[in-house]
Design a protein around this ligand. Structure first.
Ligand SMILES: [Zn+2]
Length: 241
């Protein structure tokens, strides 16, 4: 190998590592919109927090609705089409309580490395399932595992969906209640979008007791700190009263 060839090879390898890093960043980092436009926090114009719940509806969603109703706290639910077909009445209960419903794909696949056609069909099937059960056609999409991929931008555009990520991920599927609450309290700033879970992908009868207890403790603490709760649509709007 000549000296020049050696330099070139090193440079090409370095560029490949750098672009793999950039791609991983675009796929996973909530604030990056390179693969598909998304927001990860509200305007911060008001002391408002958006509570969002992914992976529902599940058998325990009605319990969560009861807790939210106690505080008159609106929230946004990113539901999976397959879960909506399994529990259509839980989905329509969420809508009837005045919460917002977003799209979280149909069967909760990792979208990375999937074809644009597959990605479009996942989003489109969930739109149809949610509309069928609740008469609401979602305007927001949250990608499973927060992973964006090539083709998602076009699918979102075709279906009129805005991507929504989060400013704080609760990790409520793996941490204990106290740790979840303290993590969320720490990240609760004006316009924050908190991401919790009222399901576990497509699992039937998932145990979401940590989430339920965390919400019971978190909501009154945030109210005490002067925050109120807004749906994603509202928290993104600078002029809501
Ligand atoms: Zn999910």
């Amino acid at each position: 190998m000549t000296h020049l060839a050696g330099i070139l090879q090193t440079t090409v390898a370095g560029a490949a590592v750098a672009s793999a890093g950039a791609l991983a960043y675009a796929v996973r980092v909530p604030s990056c919109s390179w693969l598909a436009p998304s927001v990860c926090r509200g305007t911060g114009a008001r002391p408002a927090i958006a509570l969002t719940f992914d992976d529902g509806p599940s058998e325990s969603t009605p319990q969560l609705l009861e807790i939210l109703a106690r505080y008159d706290a609106p929230a946004s639910f990113f539901q999976c089409g397959a879960n909506v077909r399994r529990l259509p009445s839980a989905a329509s209960e969420v809508a009837a309580a005045g919460h917002e419903i977003g799209n979280h794909s149909d069967r909760h696949p990792l979208l990375a490395l999937k074809s644009p056609g597959f990605i479009y069909r996942e989003l489109s099937a969930a739109q149809d399932a949610i509309e069928h059960a609740t008469s609401i056609r979602p305007r927001y999409f949250r990608s499973p595992y927060g992973a964006r991929w090539f083709g998602l931008r076009a699918a979102q555009q075709r279906l009129g969906l805005q991507g929504v990520m989060w400013s704080v991920l609760a990790l409520d599927w793996k941490m204990q209640t106290a740790a979840v609450v303290s993590r969320l309290l720490q990240g609760a700033t004006r316009g924050a979008i908190l991401c919790l879970h009222d399901g576990r992908a497509l699992k039937q009868r998932p145990d979401i007791s940590v989430t339920l207890q965390a919400v019971r403790e978190l909501v009154p603490k945030l109210i005490e700190r002067g925050f109120h709760f807004e749906k994603v649509t509202d928290i993104l709007c600078p002029t809501k009263n």
